[in-house]
Design a protein around this ligand. Structure first.
Ligand SMILES: [Zn+2]
Length: 258
């Protein structure tokens, strides 16, 4: 199966941090969408690598090395396709995708068209450009994808989507990948929706939604959860149940969340 390198655009802090707008930071959005895209693609059998495996990851030691680290990681890993995820700024609306090599044109257009249709966002443009260093030196087809405008006026859908629909954005990107690669989703009887409550398995603390992290971290530390066999292998329902039990203080003797 194809190897997909997923770059969460920008660093958490220091150099090469992202745009800000409406109380949000680009690098926090890109991390969540990249992480969730990785979860969905792995479920479908792709291999993935994330440029920022944790929210707080900072790459390089200055702006240039932060950008170079991304394509260097991708090339060293031998990625087949590369996506760098960003949020736009300067007050517009909609999504756009950039590619540097013509071999990425159809991939770029398919992901962009699918994403815009799924999210109800304006389809701005699919552009061949040498503007972005992160996609100029990959050994594979590469795109830089702008999800929506972080500083858009609230009359546009961008801000609500960036704030509240990060999983949906990852699912919409994934659907573009599936369309391009000819992957057929197993039907759940209601079309081809990618349900977060469906067959998703979380294998590490970082993959979990924020609300589940304190409980699961505590259970791992206390030895209740071991993840025998390599990963935690938790479904969404299992995570929910454990959080409810934790709230009910079932694990209190072992002081799970402290
Ligand atoms: Zn950016």
């Amino acid at each position: 199966m194809k190897k997909i390198f997923i770059d969460a655009g920008h660093n958490y802090s220091g150099w090469n941090t992202g745009a800000v707008g409406n109380g949000m930071r680009e690098q926090d959005i890109t991390f969540e969408v990249a992480r969730d895209l990785g979860i969905i693609l792995r479920q479908a059998g792709f291999e993935t690598m994330l440029s920022r495996p944790t929210l707080q990851t900072n790459l390089g030691h200055d702006n240039n090395s932060a950008i170079n680290a991304r394509w260097q990681m991708s090339n060293a890993w031998g990625a087949d396709y590369f996506i760098s995820i960003h949020a736009n700024a300067a007050g517009g609306t909609g999504a756009e995708s950039f590619y540097w090599d013509v071999t990425a044109e159809e991939f770029s257009r398919t992901v962009l068209d699918t994403f815009c249709r799924e999210m109800g966002l304006r389809n701005r443009r699919n552009v061949l450009t040498s503007q972005w260093g992160v996609i100029r030196q990959t050994n594979c087809p590469a795109i830089l994808f702008e999800l929506a405008f972080i500083d858009s006026p609230l009359s546009n859908p961008d801000v609500e989507i960036l704030r509240n629909r990060r999983w949906d954005m990852a699912a919409a990107l994934a659907k573009g990948f599936f369309k391009y690669f000819g992957v057929t989703l197993r039907s759940n009887g209601e079309g081809d929706a990618i349900e977060r409550d469906g067959n998703i398995r979380f294998n590490s603390i970082e993959e979990l939604p924020e609300w589940a992290k304190p409980t699961i971290t505590g259970l791992v530390r206390s030895g209740y959860l071991r993840g025998d066999g390599g990963g935690l292998d938790l479904s969404m329902d299992m995570a929910r149940i454990l959080v409810v039990l934790d709230r009910a203080k079932v694990f209190e003797k072992r002081s799970v969340t402290n």
